[in-house]
Write a protein that binds this ligand. Structure first.
Ligand SMILES: C[S@@+](CC[C@H](N)C(=O)[O-])C[C@H]1O[C@@H](n2cnc3c(N)ncnc32)[C@H](O)[C@@H]1O
Length: 187
């Protein structure tokens, strides 16, 4: 794999490859068509478990179909807004991923929003394992995406450096607003 990454998928793959998934409980906080879920679940051991959430029935169905067809059983999909998810389960998370925006191929008006995105990160960060990571992929282009990006940037920039590590990965010389990947870890 190239050292300097070309797109957000390469960044995610690098992070997932470096992580320890031993007995990991993970959350796909925007499961959509299930591609991120599949990418995560294939790295879990037999004691690992993946939760998936989305607000759209189509996303729930697509993710379930993809994981089921691939033969996985160690997952549960819960239809819920991610800002309300932290109290849903008792376990802590090794990995939480947010792939923001709208469901590709579906209604572009159903999008993630600044307020709920920040609320979700702020509640889930408290449930992160010591060696856990939150990945946030942020796009521009969908309704309110600029507001979401600005709020996210501000929120993450102000997270206590005593308690958290925040990395921001950008594809600096690419045109057309490529997504930004934020990585958040516990210090
Ligand atoms: C870019 S798509 C996710 C792509 C997905 N991870 C994949 O691999 O196919 C964004 C998803 O976020 C979902 N979403 C929007 N607001 C949400 C919320 N408040 N809570 C959970 N999911 C939400 C949308 O329904 C959409 O499916």
């Amino acid at each position: 794999m190239r050292i300097v990454k070309f797109n957000y998928r390469e960044v995610i793959d690098q992070v997932l490859q470096e992580m320890n998934f031993d007995r990991a409980v993970c959350l796909d906080a925007t499961c959509g068509n299930g591609h991120d879920s599949l990418n995560i679940i294939k790295r879990l051991d037999k004691n690992g478990f993946l939760y998936c959430t989305d607000i759209q029935d189509l996303a729930i169905e697509n993710t379930d179909d993809l994981l089921k067809e691939a033969g996985y059983k160690n997952y549960k999909i819960i239809k819920k807004s991610h800002d309300l998810f932290a109290d849903e389960i008792e376990e802590s998370f090794r990995l939480v991923i947010f792939n923001l925006g709208y469901l590709p191929g579906s209604d572009k008006e159903i999008v993630t929003r600044a307020e709920t995105t920040i609320k979700a990160i702020d509640s889930l960060i408290k449930k992160l394992d010591k060696d856990g990571v939150i990945i946030v992929v942020s796009y521009l282009g969908h309704p309110n995406s600029k507001e979401e990006r600005e709020s996210l940037d501000k929120y993450l920039k102000n997270l206590s450096q005593k308690d958290f590590l925040v990395e921001k990965r950008q594809f600096y010389n690419q045109v057309n607003n490529p997504p930004i990947v934020y990585l958040i870890g516990v210090r």
